[in-house]
Design a protein around this ligand. Structure first.
Ligand code: GLA
Length: 677
């Protein structure tokens, strides 16, 4: 997927711009916009995301003339276009004339027009109408010189539980299982008398008297992701069929629950993502870093695009804190550091109408003489200077496993504790790595781990053959493996694997368990055993979830100090005699310092250093190496001096740096080796 997107950034450099919705403005404003975009350093805008009702005011009618003018104008100003198919928001007439295009929720309520996204991905009428407008758009603009990318739909995430979905779900199940007996076995319908006599009797999960069959629910999630992907693919294929040779993509949403992006990633020419960090959350920089490492991982290390972010505040949270220009700059540089070759926004000009009238934009209501717009102009200039970074890769020796199907299966209700959440675990295991400045790749379970010296498995509830084999191979080669709670519990049908857990890898861990245990609300004390740690932590606390474990062939690093599990292992480490890496097993939810100590132990034993040791020593400085560039982001409120042995040039300022650089509070540097004169 690499080369086709590289051609765009080879020409344009780091992409910079945002969604542009010209249908909300008069042509005179378009001309002003094109000029102001240039002045802000914008080189790419996404147009037409919500233009369906304008293109097709009545069924079958077409009005593209205004878009001709917009594209020609942008092209004349040297601004490239990422042209969207407008299929995320059908015109109201589609739902009025064809109610079966409208999605039905779990409770049987049919959603109505008046917002956006009101379509069923399974609706034949919707699919045909979406394809028809896409074909006409592609035929008209396939070779327009402004159009350098195509953007299918927007944030795919619709779900339908109605009759259209039921029909397609049954088709999907027939393909998956072949026979209804196969479905009955997979779904475990012996439980609660759920045996189906025919596929025709099967329904999507709707409102039921009590808990829904967990495998039915898991399969419906798989189906929903596949159905959305089918919508994407047929539009992409129509675009290609019209002769388009530039990249085609759609925008992902990080750890979004309704689409399995591992399945999607191979279908886009560049991974693109929308990111809106919660500015009220002090850990949001670490959480954004994780999402960005996921985006890089989805593309197998290739450059990705930050497709949308907010220039200031969002408007969809209950209380939307502002994003300072300094924070915007640091977060944008963070994305580039972690592999993004595009930094774009929702949206260019702030809307005065509609549901998002208070969402910030690159050009606020108050115009150019504003704090937000000055920040946008500065960022445009910064990104232009980072052109040499485009196309380069981020090296990492640590892998962190994450997978949608496991996440889905793990969170079906009816379990020991609903407070154990996969994403919480993924974030908790990632944060100590981020704090220690370690580069991490997010990897799909089952993918090759050959490039890694440490593999972190926060919670992979479903561990299949391929995932098990990859872990064994990595450990046998000498890589360290850190396994978190509730890993390897179930098979691909979400059936619990009987025996001691973690099923399949208990021998690798040298520890095994017999009972999952919800911990009291206050948590329990955990004692760190003296001796075996790289850095001996003090004691700590465990909350939410514990496991009744036995150390079969492992050293106990920490022990539950009270309660139901008192005296039993909470954390173990197996150090195999002879070849092979150490394996840590964390059978609970540890507090941050203690989990940090476990990961520090793993990093030390695997000899994994921070990407920039001087940044960790300085404190508060996020540091990432990409290609030969060193990104230093001072996220603290005071100036920090970072040791960087050698001679460098700061791409942002052009100044020379030798051995150390001082960054004012909330400032950044991007160092590349100085050219010897
Ligand atoms: C997403 C959507 C945009 C807009 C923004 C608001 O990114 O794609 O259309 O709604 O959220 O934050």
């Amino acid at each position: 997927m690499q080369p086709i997107f590289d051609q765009v950034t080879d020409d344009l450099g780091i992409l910079y711009g945002g969604d542009y919705n010209p249908e909300q403005w008069d042509p005179a404003v378009w001309r002003e916009d094109a000029r102001l975009m240039r002045e802000a350093g914008v080189n790419l805008v996404t147009v037409g995301v919500f233009s369906w009702a304008r293109y097709e005011p009545e069924p079958g009618v077409r009005d593209f003339a205004w878009m001709d003018e917009v594209l020609d104008l942008l092209h004349a100003h040297g601004i490239a276009v990422d042209l969207a198919t407008p299929t995320a928001s059908p015109p109201p007439w589609l739902g009025v004339d064809h109610p079966d295009t409208l999605p039905v929720d779990r409770d049987g309520v049919r959603l109505v027009p008046g917002s956006r996204n009101q379509f069923s991905p399974s609706s034949r009428v919707y699919r045909a109408a979406a394809l028809a407008i896409t074909r006409d758009l592609a035929a008209r603009y396939a070779t327009h010189p402004a159009v350098r990318m195509w953007h299918v739909g927007n944030e795919y995430g619709q779900v339908d539980h109605g009759e259209e979905a039921a029909r397609e779900f049954r088709r999907w199940l027939r393909e998956r299982y072949g026979t209804v007996d196969g479905l009955n076995a997979a779904w475990g319908t012996t439980f609660w008398s759920q045996r189906y006599r025919s596929f025709d009797d099967v329904l999507p999960p709707r409102r039921t008297p009590y808990l829904v069959n967990p495998t039915q629910s898991l399969d419906f999630r798989r189906f929903t992701s596949d159905e959305l992907l089918a919508c994407y693919r047929e539009q992409r294929d129509a675009i290609r069929a019209a002769g388009v040779t530039v990249p085609v993509t759609t925008n992902f949403m990080g750890f979004f629950a309704l689409a399995d992006y591992w399945a999607w990633a191979g279908e886009v020419d560049v991974v693109a993502d929308d990111q809106y960090p919660d500015l009220a959350d002090p850990r949001s920089p670490a959480d954004s870093a994780l999402v960005q490492d996921l985006m890089r991982g989805l593309g197998d290390g290739a450059p990705w695009m930050l497709m949308e972010q907010a220039a200031g505040a969002t408007s969809w949270r209950e209380h939307n804190l502002p994003r300072t220009p300094e924070r915007l700059r640091l977060d944008s540089l963070q994305a580039v550091a972690r592999g993004a070759d595009g930094v774009c926004f929702f949206q260019w000009r702030a809307s005065t109408v509609g549901a998002e009238r208070f969402h910030s934009a690159m050009l606020p209501h108050a115009g150019v003489d504003t704090r937000v717009h000055r920040g946008v102009q500065r960022l445009g200039a910064d990104l232009a200077r980072l052109r040499p970074v485009a196309g380069t890769r981020v090296p990492a020796r640590t892998a962190l496993l994450f997978d949608w199907e496991s996440w889905w299966a793990a969170e079906e209700p009816g379990r020991v504790t609903e407070r154990l959440r996969t994403l919480d675990q993924v974030r908790a295991f990632y944060r100590p790595l981020w704090d220690r400045g370690v580069a991490v790749d997010v990897v799909r379970p089952g993918a090759s781990l050959d490039a890694y010296d440490l593999v972190v498995v926060p919670q992979t509830y479903v561990l299949d053959d391929a995932a098990e084999a990859a872990l064994r191979k990595a450990a046998a080669r000498g890589a360290g493996v850190v396994v978190g709670p509730m890993t390897g519990v179930a098979d691909g049908n979400a059936h619990v694997v009987p025996g001691r857990f973690p099923a399949r890898v208990a021998d690798l861990a040298g520890a095994s368990g017999e009972e999952w245990v919800a911990l009291p609300d206050a948590g329990v004390a955990v004692a760190a055993e003296p001796g075996p740690w790289a850095e001996l932590p003090g004691g700590g606390r465990a909350t939410v979830h514990g496991e009744l474990l036995r150390a079969d062939d492992a050293t106990v690093l920490a022990t539950f100090a009270e309660g139901y599990l008192a005296g039993l292992p909470a954390v173990t480490r197996r150090d195999p005699e002879g070849p092979g890496g150490s394996v840590w097993y964390v059978g609970t939810v540890l507090d941050e310092p203690l989990l940090g100590a476990v990961l520090a132990d793993a990093l030390a034993r695997c000899a994994i250093e921070p990407a920039v040791p001087g940044a960790v020593a300085a404190g508060g400085v996020e540091a990432v190496v990409r290609g030969d560039a060193v990104f230093l982001l001072n996220r603290s409120d005071t100036a920090r001096t970072v040791a960087v042995p050698g001679r460098w040039t700061d791409l942002l300022t052009g100044r020379d740096v030798a051995d150390a650089v001082t960054l004012p509070a909330h400032d950044a540097a991007v160092l590349t080796p100085a050219k010897s004169s």
